[in-house]
Design a protein around this ligand. Structure first.
Ligand code: PMT
Length: 403
């Protein structure tokens, strides 16, 4: 059992009742061969004594920005860690990390590292479900932080609900997974699109759709984590994922111009955006007046960005489309795969519960002439992103074989 041999893990413990479980986690990580460096917040001391963690970890507990032997302990801890794990992470620590405030050794270490970070929240259900906490989780996730969600079960007050720290086994499995995650996209130039285009009707009105950009952002985030150089062309204004170059656009034509330029040197293009199929022929300079009656808005087709890329695809480029369908998912997606000369299409049935527009989750079928069809059941959009990128790797391998 030495899956974590010679791995240096900074184990951050913050002040919640679940702090006692960090002792078991610490022991398990040491048993798996890791060198565990414990860091406790002042509040964590109210729940467990530092001596307990010091006795089980690989070195004594670090607690303060000022008391440590090193002059700048947070950068030393952050720079030497292979991974940082925060278990339990309280609402306060999540907030400090999301806003970048470095008020104590743990939060300063979190923002002074380039190592991957696994955060394991634990708190009462009401706190966990509060929009402020959920928004901090979303911010951290979009920056590539790995979240091990709390479980549902008996909480400190005896009540039952979501918020209990994930099991030691689950946290260890995530640490092993993250550390083992290869940089298999290193050196690849990947263009990803996200969000729905907005086609102007007049000075204030647009034709839009329900795309939130979550799926495209998840793909950009994971692709960057796996080593790719990522350009994200987006119509939505979300937090820019770490290491990603973002280009903001609004209309289908602007998206086409940006994608066409970026695609010239791209190894992979992934069109997750929901591009309008039609736009008004004329955009009125002024706001159309209600008093003038119902306007007659004449529409024309927008350029099909993906089909254009398919027609002039350079050798070695991998072109990935999405298909948003409400019926005959595989049949319609297969038709788009061949009509647009794609290497891979990600088909989602957007009429199904939790799938597609606006949700944090998605469920897809991956279709390609280069590999057998693959179904990915309902999962977080970041997990779907991993599946899409795994397929990109397979498809590129096949493309290179058949050169
Ligand atoms: O953004 P979220 O809220 O996370 O939702 C994700 C999603 C539902 C938007 C995403 O999973 C998805 O399905 N994106 C594609 C939506 C779409 O426009 O599908 P389509 O079947 O109409 O188009 C097929 C493909 O052609 C798409 O890759 C699309 O980007 C592309 N296209 C479409 C029209 C056009 N004029 N130019 C294009 O390039």
């Amino acid at each position: 059992m030495s899956q974590l041999a010679s791995r240096r893990i900074v184990l951050g413990v913050s002040g919640g009742i679940a702090a006692y479980k960090s002792v078991e986690l610490c022991r398990q990580l040491v048993d798996l061969g890791a060198h565990v460096v414990p860091v406790m917040t002042a509040d964590a001391h109210r729940f467990i004594g530092p001596v307990t963690l010091s006795a089980l970890a690989s070195e004594p507990v670090h607690t303060s920005l000022w008391d440590d032997a090193s002059a700048i302990p947070h950068t030393q801890l952050g720079q030497t860690a292979d991974i940082i794990v925060v278990a339990p992470a309280t609402a306060r620590v999540l907030s400090a990390y999301a806003t970048g405030s470095s008020e104590d050794l743990l939060t300063a270490t979190l923002i002074a590292t380039r190592a991957p970070v696994v955060v394991c929240p634990a708190m009462h259900t009401e706190m966990w479900e509060h929009p402020a906490v959920q928004s901090n989780i979303e911010i951290l996730r979009s920056r590539g932080v790995h979240i091990v969600e709390p479980e549902t079960g008996r909480l400190a007050g005896g009540d039952i609900g979501a918020g209990r720290l994930a099991s030691t086994e689950k946290i260890c499995a995530e640490i092993i997974r993250v550390l083992g995650m290869s940089h298999d996209l290193l050196g690849l130039d990947i263009v990803v699109t996200a969000g729905g285009t907005r086609e102007p009707i007049d000075a204030v009105r647009v034709i839009a759709n329900r795309s939130s950009g979550k799926q495209g952002y998840a793909i950009a985030t994971i692709a960057a984590q796996r080593g790719a150089h990522v350009t994200l062309i987006t119509t939505v204004d979300r937090v820019v994922p770490s290491g990603v170059t973002q280009v903001q656009v609004e209309t289908a034509q602007q998206m086409k111009d940006a994608v066409d330029a970026a695609a010239l040197s791209a190894d992979v293009v992934i069109m997750a955006a929901a591009v309008a199929d039609f736009r008004p022929v004329v955009c009125a300079d002024q706001k159309l007046k209600k008093a003038d009656g119902v306007p007659n808005i004449v529409l024309e087709p927008t350029p099909d960005i993906l089909a254009g890329l398919g027609q002039r695809k350079p050798l070695g480029q991998t072109l990935v489309g999405f298909a948003a369908e409400t019926d005959s998912l595989v049949a319609h997606a297969t038709a788009k795969l061949s009509a647009k000369c794609l290497d891979l299409i990600v088909a989602n049935d957007v009429s199904a519960e939790g799938v597609g527009f606006g949700h944090d989750t998605n469920a897809v079928v991956l279709l390609s002439p280069h590999m057998p069809a693959m179904t990915v059941a309902l999962a977080d959009k970041h997990a779907i992103a991993h599946a899409v990128l795994d397929s990109v790797v397979k498809v590129r391998h096949q493309q290179q074989e058949s050169k």
